[in-house]
Ligand binder design. Structure first.
Ligand SMILES: [Fe+2]
Ligand SMILES: [Fe+2]
Length: 278
């Protein structure tokens, strides 16, 4: 299989028999470039499980509004269309994550928590959107699992056996990495570049052009989640920090220590999200 064949298959992801039906419906809605807040809101509100999941998520310690958002409309107003689109994808793939790659959901949640803390610390605008980008940074892995379960499972095993970084083995066997796949699908979903670049370049932050700080935050959040040992991302080893991020994101030792400390509370309460799910 080469990169071209892989891209062709994921371009038609909504036609794959293995795709969860809720995700299929969601993709149909968010791929419409003219979709309105109202339409998304109506769609989510018509599905009680989805509504409950989104509200649980926005009121969770992952985001900064504990217990304060009571309706999908309200979430839309506070978080904005792009963040809600991202959350819709996030909460609808968590089952695929839980079933096929135990720990990926926890790794994603932890990355989102770190991203929000870093963004706040650096006074970045759009902290919630950066955090959504971090929540979705490994979405390419979910797509690879949906589309090429057998091959991808072998690749994950091989990365372990060879003690290599997962994305390097993906590149070797697929000719493309989960990060690039994440970039391709998020373009297809009409996400803004602010979300696409960090997802696409989270392992190669030096390639980001327009959203270097956002990409740097997601790159670092992934590494902090790995270093903290939260969840399982398919990688056994903590990826090295790409030193180019420090020019956009200068953080000293004390500040990083502080980020780790600040994350502890939300991390422990985030464990409960979706555990009690129907
Ligand atoms: Fe990754
Ligand atoms: Fe990751």
């Amino acid at each position: 299989m080469n990169a071209q064949e892989i891209i062709q298959k994921i371009e038609k992801i909504e036609n794959l028999p293995t795709i969860p039906s809720i995700l299929r419906k969601i993709l149909g809605i968010i791929e419409d470039p003219n979709v309105s807040l109202q339409k998304i809101s109506d769609f989510v509100s018509s599905d009680p499980t989805l509504t409950a999941r989104i509200l649980k998520m926005v009121n969770s310690p992952v985001y900064g509004f504990p217990g304060r958002i009571s309706s999908i409309n309200h979430a839309m107003v506070i978080l904005g269309l792009n963040a809600v689109k991202g959350l819709l994808i996030g909460v609808s793939v968590f089952e695929v994550m839980k079933k096929n790659m135990v720990g990926l959901w926890e790794h994603s949640l932890a990355s989102a928590i770190y991203a929000r803390i870093i963004s706040k610390k650096k006074d970045l605008e759009f902290a919630e959107e950066i955090s959504v980008a971090a929540l979705l940074h490994d979405i390419g892995k979910v797509i690879l699992l949906i589309a090429f379960k057998e091959d991808y499972t072998k690749i994950i095993e091989l990365a372990k056996k060879r003690e290599s970084l997962l994305y390097e083995i993906e590149k070797e066997y697929f000719g493309i990495t989960h990060a690039e796949i994440g970039g391709i699908v998020s373009k297809k979903w009409n996400f803004p570049t602010k979300l696409i670049e960090p997802i696409m370049n989270h392992h190669r932050p030096q390639l980001s052009k327009n959203f270097t700080i956002e990409t740097a935050v997601v790159h670092l959040s992934n590494i902090l989640a790995l270093a903290r040992g939260m969840g399982y991302s398919g990688d056994l080893y903590v990826n090295p920090v790409n030193p180019t991020i420090w020019k956009d994101l200068d953080l000293n030792y004390e500040e990083i220590k502080d980020i780790f400390m600040q994350a502890e509370d939300p991390l422990s309460s985030s464990q409960e999200i979706f555990l009690s799910d129907e």
